[in-house]
Design a protein. Structure first.
Length: 439
């Protein structure tokens, strides 16, 4: 069995593993469960993973800039591939095998050799993708269709599709893949409203629930450095912020006006002064240098500026940020020490929810809004805990409710997590059935 994983989650090397930690906590259990589902399968991917990762997980990451840079030259290569595939199809219809036409393109060669093509585009398949990236992603899937490959688009949150041309393309592609699993039901409902339905479409759950934290024995020094191993007199609230939570886009806009932080300044004040809790500000995103060493990134700048605006109003044990930069597994271990979590990144929230930690999900503050947030909240049965970051009163009221009822909420999550894991494993059962047929 040869499996090819493609998708719009691909970025330059380091992006998947160290930058957007949310995507990584999906990727690791995805690969692990694919290997459990298809023992001995050869897994190859256009998603750019480091050599260390590939050795650890025994996969091949295909090195080609076209898989993450969607420039004019990428479009020219895709046009050439369309011509090759079309010519190959015409000749195959009259009984002539011209597989050599496909050999000059790494992408076409990999698709031709694959038994199963899996698309992992997350929430990027839709308006979130640059138009060139969107066209490129659909071209890859069309190539696989022409070659009559088994195609699965899995664990995504496709949409929205506001422009007519994107809707037309999405309808054609999503109706014609063999399997489409959405990691939350809201996306399935969105597609149904567009007329995209079928027995091949399922609502499942995200493999991020399966992601494992760094073992406790490896966290001793980190917890000591960050002051998270001490006995606290007050509850500890974790607060994850990102550029999507700000009222003005784009998400990476810099610098920002101080007034844009007002809801979060007020939330911190409320938590410390009125709810008598300690607050830890942290990022669920990193950057890297040329040697793949972790570096502060956009979210760290936001947190640092928020701390500057608040100033020295509170002692360091009441309000603090993390001193170090941490991997996804280390971040999950850190989050396990919070009494509740307030997260502006959905997979930051999942790092808490999947451990039974009561969590508030901060919505996007500007367009494009993300329907996936409500979808994830529904899966974990915390829909009432999705808050508008521009509404300081709602932020405070919801966080207060979660704080006061954290014991009951934690019990509910402990019952819910096994159901989420069961929904997650449905992805792999469906993939196995697609590859080998139902038992």
């Amino acid at each position: 069995m040869k499996i090819l994983i493609v998708g719009l989650t691909s970025t330059a090397i380091g992006g998947m593993e160290f930058h957007n930690l949310g995507n990584y906590i999906i990727m690791e259990p995805l690969i692990e469960e694919l290997q459990n589902t298809f023992p001995g399968a050869e897994i190859r991917t256009s998603i750019q993973m480091s050599d260390d990762y590939c050795r650890k997980w025994n996969i091949v990451s295909l090195r080609d800039k076209r898989f993450f840079r969607y420039k004019f030259t990428t479009g020219l290569r895709t046009i050439a591939d369309i011509f090759k595939v079309s010519l190959w199809k015409v000749f195959s219809c009259v009984g002539l095998k011209l597989d050599g036409l496909l050999q000059s393109s790494l992408l076409l060669r990999e698709i031709k050799d694959a038994d199963l093509v899996i698309d992992f585009s997350g929430d990027v398949y839709g308006d979130n993708a640059h138009y060139r990236a969107f066209l490129e992603a659909n071209a890859r899937l069309w190539f696989a269709m022409v070659m009559k490959k088994k195609i699965a688009m899995i664990i995504g949150s496709p949409g929205p599709f506001k422009s007519a041309w994107r809707k037309i393309i999405a309808k054609y592609i999503l109706r014609n893949v063999d399997l489409l699993t959405n990691r939350e039901a809201v996306s399935t409902e969105l597609l149904a409203d567009m007329g995209i339905t079928g027995e091949h479409i399922y609502s499942t759950a995200c493999p991020s629930v399966l992601f494992r934290k760094e073992p406790d024995e490896n966290m001793v020094q980190i917890l000591e450095t960050e002051g998270l191993n001490q006995v606290r007199q007050r509850p500890l609230v974790g607060l994850i912020l990102c550029g999507w939570n700000m009222p003005v886009g784009p998400y990476n806009r810099w610098p920002r006006e101080d007034v844009e932080y007002s809801s979060f300044v007020e939330l911190v004040r409320y938590l410390i002064e009125e709810k008598n809790v300690d607050v830890c500000l942290m990022s669920h995103q990193n950057g890297t240098d040329d040697e793949m060493r972790l570096q502060p990134a956009n979210d760290h700048k936001l947190i640092a500026r928020l701390m500057e605006i608040i100033g020295n109003k509170y002692p360091e044990d009441r309000l603090f940020t993390l001193k170090g930069l941490y991997t996804a597994a280390q971040s999950k271990a850190i989050i396990s020490h919070f009494d509740i979590l307030v997260s502006g990144r959905i997979h930051g929230a999942v790092q808490g929810l999947s451990q039974g930690i009561p969590s508030v999900i901060i919505d996007y503050g500007h367009e494009p809004k993300a329907h996936k947030l409500k979808g994830f909240a529904r899966i974990y049965d915390v829909e009432d805990f999705v808050v508008d970051p521009t509404n300081a009163d709602q932020l405070k009221e919801t966080v207060s409710k979660v704080l006061e009822n954290r014991g009951e909420i934690a019990e509910g999550l402990e019952k819910r997590i096994p159901l989420v894991k069961e929904l997650t494993m449905k992805n792999f059962t469906l993939l196995h059935e697609l590859a080998y047929g139902k038992a």
